[in-house]
Design a protein. Structure first.
Length: 276
């Protein structure tokens, strides 16, 4: 359990009502998810003057100092924190009064001295309020409340892990291929470029047509020299044999820099990439 001194009490100071008739208001939630109440609320609920409740708490803390050899000071330090709250004055304006914020253990220790039938009823009401708030905190934090819930949560998490692993395995070939293209100093042909860019309804022939119309490639699908000089494309010679003898063809290849250039060009022309 964290120390009360470490709790952020600003919100509680500003929002604490000096009157609290609703059971849900007698115990509230701290910024670090602990169930708390205050000396002001306790005094109002038990029909006591607030100054007397403060005296009782100070007596508990003084007993801690007087019996330091027998009392766990650190345990008591976790139970109470002194702060201030603004109290409206009958003549107008407000004044600051001391107020203790306490957790369930602090309230239990304080309420031990409250006696009578009404006091017992109020103690039970406080216990129910603490239980309800702590249950709400546990539920909102996603902590399983039973063994069955823990098993269900574990099964759901395992399903999520398996689904993520399956997705990664499916994407792995595409990722490896694209990374290889990105990191490589070599180039790929137009067909591979079209498959990698993955624009809707744009394959090898369509990409050639678009690049020709954009005056990036010439009529013979070879790049204009300025785009070669930019490092977007290169060309290679390929030899093949026919019945007429050995022929030579020139093929256009695309560097990664050229892939980025083609992607920007297609986007500017209004073509849409297919989500993968």
């Amino acid at each position: 359990m964290r120390y009360l001194q470490s709790w952020n009490l600003t919100k509680q100071r500003n929002n604490c009502n000096l009157k609290s008739n609703n059971m849900q208001e007698i115990v509230f939630r701290s910024n670090d998810n602990q169930a708390l109440t205050t000396s002001v609320i306790v005094a109002e609920k038990f029909g006591k003057e607030h100054k007397h409740v403060l005296e009782t708490i100070r007596g508990i803390l003084c007993a801690k100092a007087d019996n330091s050899a027998f009392v766990d000071n650190q345990q008591l330090a976790k139970m109470f924190a002194l702060t201030e709250v603004e109290q409206p004055m009958p003549a107008g304006g407000v004044k600051k009064i001391p107020m203790y914020v306490m957790n369930r253990d602090g309230f239990t220790l304080l309420a031990m001295g409250f006696t009578g039938a009404k006091a017992l009823a109020f103690k039970l009401e406080y216990i129910n309020a603490f239980n309800a708030m702590e249950q709400q905190i546990r539920q909102s934090s996603g902590v399983p409340q039973s063994f069955a819930q823990a098993l269900l949560l574990a099964a759901k998490q395992q399903e999520q892990i398996e689904a993520q692993q399956k997705q990664l395995e499916m994407q792995k070939p595409k990722v490896e291929f694209f990374e290889a293209v990105a990191e490589s100093k070599t180039a790929i042909d137009i067909k591979a470029a079209a498959n990698t860019l993955h624009f809707k309804n744009i394959g090898r022939n369509k990409l050639f047509e678009i690049l020709r119309n954009a005056k990036i490639l010439m009529w013979n699908n070879l790049p204009y020299q300025k785009y070669v000089d930019c490092g977007y494309f290169r060309t290679i010679e390929q030899k093949y044999t026919t019945h007429d003898g050995v022929k030579i063809s020139i093929k256009t290849l695309v560097y990664q820099k050229g892939m980025d250039f083609i992607r920007r060009t297609l986007n500017n022309l209004g073509y849409k990439q297919v989500e993968q």
